[in-house]
Write a protein that binds this ligand. Structure first.
Ligand SMILES: [Zn+2]
Length: 298
């Protein structure tokens, strides 16, 4: 049985008060994971206090928790699997001279590669430590703030990207709505988030316990992320499934009950055929580990 929460629960998507328990704690906090009974949105509860969040991101605690003593070139190398994939998807669908704003740009690896590919790219990053590195990596002036409220500068972009950002935000609908004011007519918002319908969650208890983490406020499914964008007034929502982690990684979880953060083998599998069948099946059925979402401003 759950204890009665001190602050009453309110779903951050639909404001319903009815919920069911999903997990009694996260891997790094005693906050619970809860599913809204009305709209099925999964979220952390209670929500983190803003002061705690600021400390968490400013001191780059999130990264330190994951990667200890890592140098930036090594980090870039590790990130390149994702960065290259993202550039590839964007290159297929957009003209080279478009402008891109990367929100939560981290160390700036995506911006750097986007610029190399001929895009006009810049970004925002709230963490001071990451932002300083991003400015060196990209040669761009990285803006030191989160998007708050509607666009007052008048500067608009063809594409706004949020890679693993929206799951960290307390008010995703409001942010998605505000972002429309930063997009040019016919502009596109591109979002990448972890998928709460990840098949491995149904297979392995250790993975499930590891999945919930204090930094993630929302755990989106294809249905709930679609709801966020529709409520925010975005049009033509397109969802693509992506399986980042390999078949070997799934086997590792099942046999050893451990993550492979120190040695991520996203695609270097010895089982090439099974690997491609596995990844394609999960992605096609949207039960993969990652969702790529594109939506239009009008
Ligand atoms: Zn709800």
């Amino acid at each position: 049985m759950l204890n009665t929460p001190k602050v009453p629960f309110r779903c951050i998507l639909c404001e319903s008060k009815d919920y069911q328990a999903v997990a009694p704690q996260t891997r790094d906090s005693d906050q619970r994971i809860i599913k809204c009974q009305k709209c099925s949105h999964i979220q952390i509860f209670p929500l983190p206090k803003t002061a705690d969040e600021n400390k968490f991101y400013n001191e780059d605690e999130q990264t330190r928790l994951l990667y200890k003593n890592i140098d930036i070139e090594e980090f870039e190398k590790r990130a390149s699997f994702d960065t290259q994939r993202r550039i590839g998807l964007i290159e297929n669908n957009f003209k080279r001279n478009i402008s891109i704003l990367d929100i939560g740009c981290g160390y700036g690896f995506f911006i750097k590669l986007a610029k190399d590919a001929g895009f006009n790219a810049t970004g925002l990053e709230v963490s001071k430590e990451r932002r300083e590195i991003a400015q060196k990596v990209t040669g761009e002036k990285i803006l030191p703030r989160a998007i708050q409220g509607k666009n007052k500068s008048g500067k608009k972009y063809d594409v706004i990207t949020l890679f693993h950002v929206l799951e960290h935000i307390k008010n995703p609908i409001e942010l998605a709505r505000d972002l429309k004011t930063y997009l040019k007519p016919n502009g596109t918002i591109i979002i990448e988030v972890p998928n709460a319908n990840d098949y491995l969650l149904t297979l392995n208890r250790n993975y499930k316990d590891f999945f919930w983490q204090r930094a993630h406020i929302s755990y989106f499914t294809p249905e709930t992320i679609n709801e966020v964008l529709k409520k925010a007034g975005h049009k033509n929502v397109k969802i693509i499934g992506i399986q980042r982690y390999s078949f070997q990684n799934a086997l590792n979880w099942i046999s050893r009950g451990k993550p492979q953060l120190q040695n991520p083998k996203y695609g270097a599998s010895k089982f090439k055929l099974i690997e491609s069948i596995y990844k394609n099946f999960l992605a096609k059925n949207l039960i993969c580990d990652t969702l790529w979402i594109e939506a239009k401003v009008n």
